[in-house]
Design a protein around this ligand. Sequence first.
Ligand code: HEC
Length: 111
Amino acid sequence: MSSRFLVALAFVSACTPLTATALQVELPAETASYVASDLPGYQLVQQNCLICHSAQYVLTQPRTLPRSYWEATVGKMSKVFGAPFPEQDTAAMVDYLSKTYGAERPTPAAP
Ligand code: HEC
């Protein structure tokens, strides 16, 4: 094999583009979900609050927080972060969040 051929071969292999392969990304299964409830706000948080982040953000808030916290937080999601839910959904969602995750929970000792 001539050295000229080897140089040509090295040139060709260096210039051959790498073959593109599809990247498989396996995300972990979602484990956090909103606690089911008969309160109308349950359906609304399912519709409005899972677009950007999981229920984990709500689940990790202290259980002692008053309704005013949930009012402020739901308002912030809309006004600051641009959550696209209608204003009329706010009251029912705040009610559900306060009674399920906040200080108004009927059984504060439950998980
Ligand atoms: C448009 C996207 C978007 C939607 C929709 C959304 N959020 Fe958020 N949320 C955010 C962002 C951004 C943060 C802040 C994340 C960070 O600080 O890392 C956040 C943070 C939070 C937190 C953590 C506490 C805090 O104040 O940062 C809670 C609780 C929360 N969201 C609840 C909700 C609830 C309840 C809803 C439905 C009413 C909702 N989010 C809908 C974007 C959204």
